[in-house]
Structure formats: C-alpha cells, structure tokens
Ligand binder design. Structure first.
Ligand code: NAD
Length: 261
C-alpha cells in the first residue's frame, strides 16, 4: 500500500514512520523538511514532497497516486487560540479531504485527540465516575479540542459522500515515556501508536472515532471501541514508567467556567 504521511517533520511522525516503513511505501510531506531517513528507515523506499497542505493545489498533488493517508499535520498545542489553530487544524483538513476524495484515495487515518472528549474527562476523573466512551457526544475541553471535533465531523461528511473511509484516532499524549505524573492516564506508548495506526489503515470500517491510549492503570478513556472494531490490543502501560516520576499537571485542559449571566 502506498501511504502519504502528512506532518512528517513532527514529533508523532518521527515515532510512527519507522514502524510504517516496514509495511508500506511512504510519501512524506510537511511544510518543513522531515528528518529523513529517520532511524530504522534507511533502507525503506520513501518519497519526500514539501508544501503547505492548506493550498488546494499542493493537497491535490500530494494525494495523487496514494492508497491511504495518515493525516498528522496540524497544530498540537492545546493552549493556542484560533489564529494559530485555524490554518493547520481547519483549513488544511478541508483541503486534504478535498484532495483525497478527488484523487480517489481509499482510506484516511486522521490524528484526532483525547482533547475532543476532554470535557468528559473531568467527570470521569471523579471517584466512581464512569469512563469516557467513544460513542458519547464530543465534548472538547479547549479550542484545540474543538478543532479536532471539527475534523472528525468533516471526516464523517466525506465518508458519507465519497468512496473514502476515515478512521479518526483520538490519540493520547505520545512520547517514548511519560515525562511526569500528569501524563499517566492519557499516555500513548510508541509501539501502541504504531499498532493502532497500522490497524486503522487495514480495518474494514467506513467511518469511526476511537480513543487510543496505552493500557494505563486508570482507564479514564474506555478503549473498548478500538479493541472491538480495530482489534487494537495495547501492550504498553504507563505504570511501568511511573516510579520516580515528578508530579505535573494533567495533560487535559480544565474547561474555563465563565459567569453565565
Ligand atoms: N503529540 C501528541 O502527543 C499528540 C496527541 C494527540 C494528537 N496529536 C495530533 O497528532 C498530530 C501530530 O502531532 P505532533 O505532536 O507530531 O505535532 P508537531 O507540531 O510536532 O508536527 C505537526 C507537523 O505538521 C506540520 N504542518 C502543520 N501545518 C501544516 C500545513 N498546513 N501543511 C503542511 N504541514 C503542516 C508542521 O510543520 C509539523 O511538522 C497533530 O494533528 C496533533 O494534533 C498529537
């Protein structure tokens, strides 16, 4: 399968590309040069094309002659405002979906985020609170989360209107190890990231949204949908890295409650 990876110079891509290069022919793209070859991909066949995805002509060129897209390009910073989020997380989503649907791409795996459901997190975090399910209505905790809900909604529109299937992965915080205790609930290990994306590329699904974290001790986000539909079976857990970790704030944003008068 020929797979386009957008956001290929970013942090998640660097962790993912070596795992996909074993199985697929890759086309890598970003506005800035990706550090290719990435460790472990030296012998893999990969093509690198630079450009701004928000430009429809660039998106069309990138989507030509690929079977699937792993769409990672975006602004991953939950504290940012609309001015910084709109281009990468809204405009570039619409152009890549237009390009993909016009080029006849069969599958998009979209990097969404647990922040799309972050508003539910705080209730689930209370003692006895039920875990957050993927079939609950989206409830973002921040503007960034709202852009991910937009991307999921756009994905639904295209999956309905075109022979294009989309698997949205609500990724937890992905690093080789959690940097502090605030990451323990939502951490996503590198091997689990690779497994989830590989399964999302292959699964027999028209459209779906799935939370993807490792098998962490407090499963605030329920992974049942990903386990059932994708066959996702996480093999990593943040408990293995927890000893000696410093305290730190949760990775989830606390919704700001305004005076509603
Ligand atoms: N990092 C995480 O743990 C995490 C967790 C959940 C979801 N995500 C999502 O995963 C994706 C990747 O995250 P990341 O941490 O690698 O981010 P990153 O900022 O490290 O990489 C994103 C890349 O996208 C590129 N990009 C942005 N706009 C572009 C455009 N218009 N055209 C071409 N390239 C563009 C940037 O140049 C950058 O290299 C994002 O969509 C993010 O929201 C990340």
């Amino acid at each position: 399968m020929r797979v386009l990876i957008t956001g290929a110079a970013g942090g998640v891509s660097r962790l993912l590309v070596p795992q996909l290069a074993e199985h697929h022919r890759l086309r890598l793209t970003d506005v800035r040069p990706p550090p290719y070859p990435i460790d472990g991909t030296e012998t893999a066949e990969a093509e690198v094309l630079l450009g701004d995805l928000a430009d429809p002509a660039v998106a069309a060129r990138l989507c030509d002659d690929v079977d699937a897209i792993v769409h990672l390009a975006g602004n991953p910073r939950p504290g940012d405002g609309w001015d910084l989020l709109r281009g990468p997380n809204v405009d570039a989503v619409t152009t890549i979906f237009d390009g993909a649907s016009q080029a006849g791409v069969a599958r998009i795996v979209l990097a969404s985020s647990v922040h799309a459901m972050g508003g539910h997190y705080w209730r689930a975090d209370e003692p006895g609170g039920p875990p957050v399910q993927d079939d609950q209505a989206p409830h973002p905790c921040c503007r960034y989360g709202a852009t991910k809900v937009f991307a999921e909604a756009a994905a639904r529109v295209y999956a309905d209107a075109y022979p294009l299937s989309v698997v949205c992965l609500r990724l937890g915080g992905c690093l080789p190890a959690p940097p502090h205790r605030g990451w323990l609930d939502t951490w996503l290990g590198v091997t689990d990231l690779g497994q989830a994306v590989r399964r999302a590329l292959q699964a027999d699904i028209r459209f779906g949204t799935y939370t993807i974290t490792s098998a962490n001790p407090r499963q605030v986000f329920d992974l049942s949908a990903a386990r059932n539909d994708l066959g996702y079976a996480p093999t990593e857990t943040s408990v293995a890295c927890a000893d000696g970790l410093p305290d730190g704030p949760s990775t989830m944003c606390r919704p700001q409650m305004r005076d509603r008068r």
